[in-house]
Structures are given as structure tokens and as C-alpha cells.
Design a protein. Sequence first.
Length: 86
Amino acid sequence: MKYSDILRKSIIESDLSLAQITRRLEKKGVNIDKSYLSKLQNGKINPAGERINDAISEVLGIDKLELKVAAYREKIPKDVLEKLIL
């Protein structure tokens, strides 16, 4: 599953607004705005870094490793990813 799909599904299931999520992230020391979160869930920008993903995972109850793997899969160049799979 793609990073944005995992994120979007988790946001919907959380019943939290993007503003509520960003406020919870702020309490964990991660300051992002709801437009950034929206772009992440819609796949309009590359997946977030580890620190942000860890905080998002905690707030939304996502398995941290699942979100990290999805993020790395999209960040790693295709030829490198193919070599890793072999």
C-alpha cells in the first residue's frame, strides 16, 4: 500500500480533523500545518521524514514500521529498490 493511502485511510478512521491532528502533533514537538498534512495524504508531496512519521504514527495509531517502509519505498530510487529486492 502506498504511503498516502495508509495515511489517508488512517486519518479517515481516526475521525479527527486535520487541524486536530496537527494540534496533537504539536504536543509531540512536531510543527506542521494542516495543508502539509493534506498534501501528504493526497500524495502531492514526497512522504515525510522519520521524525514526522513517528509522531503521525503515534497520533493515528499506525504501525510505525509500516508507515516507514511505505515512505522509504517511495523515496528510494527505482533501480536501487529493484536491486534490494533481488
